[in-house]
Ligand binder design. Structure first.
Ligand SMILES: N[C@@H](CCC(=O)N[C@@H](CS)C(=O)NCC(=O)O)C(=O)O
Length: 214
């Protein structure tokens, strides 16, 4: 029998899980993927991480990483062939904090205004559009960066790009026609390059929901 692999509890379309899978894939770290149904999470995952969000990585020695950024860093510290960790960490951390904080906040409200009924007067559309424009203001900042370089932190892919792209992708697909009509050519080609990459295709394989062997 081969050596035990790290186990990743994941959900295909979750942007946090996606960023973890991207880093694991580029690092070449083999792992066992367990696709989770969010409304019916496996007991094994909840036992490892009671906070009950994906992704969760359980290492063969029993250590548990249940923050997507920790999983990315763990994989890349093991092997980082594209130098994702070499960008300026102050800038990387600030970009990721803006993504995971205010951008994600607005993205959720733009995409699912009906889930936030308590925050508005019933006009889902107006609420969504306010949040779309809040989020767009930040995307303009990314566009400015991407005008200077192919990637957010310079000429090479960084942790920031791969941590943020899955969220920008979600934003773009909420209203693809509107997104493609925006004057953001660099951001659009950055996203298109990502969506057309072998790395992206490789982490978007479909897996049936994992079930423990009876
Ligand atoms: N800070 C966490 C956030 C992860 C997260 O919120 N994941 C969502 C899915 S995209 C989740 O599992 N939510 C719990 C649920 O939907 O039951 C991380 O970076 O890993």
């Amino acid at each position: 029998m081969g050596a035990a692999l790290p186990v990743l509890y994941s959900f295909r379309r979750c942007p946090y899980a996606m960023r973890a899978r991207l880093a694991l894939a580029v690092s070449g770290q083999p792992y066992e993927l367990r696709e989770v149904v969010l409304r019916n999470k496996p007991a094994e995952m909840l036992a490892a991480s009671p906070k009950a969000t994906v992704p969760v990585l359980v290492l063969p020695d029993g250590r548990v990483l249940d923050q997507s950024l920790d999983i990315m860093t763990w994989a890349l510290q093991w092997h980082d062939p594209e130098g994702w960790l070499t960008a300026d960490t102050t800038i990387v951390n600030a970009l990721i904090a803006a993504n995971d904080g205010p951008f994600k906040y607005s993205l959720d409200r733009y995409k699912y205004p009906n889930r936030y009924a308590g925050e508005h007067d019933g006009d889902n559309k107006a609420f969504a559009l306010t949040h779309r424009s809040n989020a767009a203001a930040w995307l303009v900042e990314l566009e400015v960066r991407l005008k200077q370089n192919d990637w957010l932190c310079g000429p090479n892919t960084s942790l920031a790009d791969m941590a943020i792209l899955p969220f920008v992708r979600q934003f773009a697909h909420t209203d693809a026609a509107w997104f493609s009509a925006q004057p953001w050519p660099c951001l659009q080609s950055w996203l298109a390059g990502f969506e057309g990459s072998a790395l992206y295709a490789g982490v978007m394989d479909k897996h049936p929901a994992w079930q423990p062997v009876a």
